[in-house]
Design a protein around this ligand. Structure first.
Ligand SMILES: [Zn+2]
Length: 215
């Protein structure tokens, strides 16, 4: 059991101003922005768990990183902001893959081994995600209202990679300028929403709590 976090934290983030706050049912993994859910007023609509011990998402480590990224972007540190967002999105993807595997009953060792065996981000999206969910990432994103996200994310990765590696074959990216950084911030805000929707489709499961309890 992870330590209890804020039961009362209700943040209404301004547009793009800070990381959003969601609340998580520790039993089934369901995520909701509903303050009544976060405030412990209603039971979990997915698994019926009692309304206590709700955790917050994103966790504090990601919230701090998010805050630093936004500061870099505001300060005109476009390169750092874009590179960090690209890394951040890869962390979110790893988290969701880990959570999907957990729901499906994989223990921590198996999850670590699978993720270690698929380090490349492209393979995680094109192979691991479909293996675990039965659907292509692009199709899921489209169904959930984020059709352009996979393509734009791919472009951000390409910009980052060509900036860092100076890859001549992908067209030299001299700078990660303010436009790239702004685009990265849009993707960051979208990524939270998409993460939560994917989570609620493939992770939140009444049986998840039973499985974890029997570990
Ligand atoms: Zn629940």
């Amino acid at each position: 059991m992870k330590p209890r976090q804020y039961k009362h934290a209700i943040h209404h983030s301004g547009a793009g101003g800070e990381a959003p706050t969601y609340f998580e049912c520790p039993a089934c993994g369901y995520l909701s922005a509903d303050p009544r859910f976060g405030g412990g007023e209603i039971v979990c609509p997915v698994c019926g768990a009692a309304p206590d011990d709700r955790r917050t998402f994103p966790p504090e480590r990601l919230r701090r990183l998010d805050s630093r990224i936004r500061t870099y972007e505001r300060d005109g540190e476009s390169e750092i902001a874009a590179i960090l967002v690209a890394t951040f999105l890869e962390t979110l993807l790893e988290d969701i893959l880990d959570r999907i595997m957990e729901t499906r009953g994989a223990d921590a060792e198996i999850r670590a081994a699978v993720l270690d065996g698929q380090r490349a981000i492209g393979q995680r999206i094109s192979r691991l995600f479909p293996t675990l969910t039965g659907e292509q990432f692009e199709d899921v994103a489209e169904q959930l209202g984020f059709r352009d996200f996979p393509h734009r994310w791919r472009q951000l990765r390409a910009s980052r990679n060509s900036f860092i590696h100076d890859a001549p074959y992908s067209g030299a990216q001299e700078t990660l300028d303010a436009n790239v950084a702004r685009e990265a911030m849009v993707l960051l805000d979208q990524a939270y929403k998409l993460f939560v929707l994917i989570n609620n489709q493939f992770v939140a499961d009444p049986k998840r709590g039973e499985r974890l309890a029997h570990d």
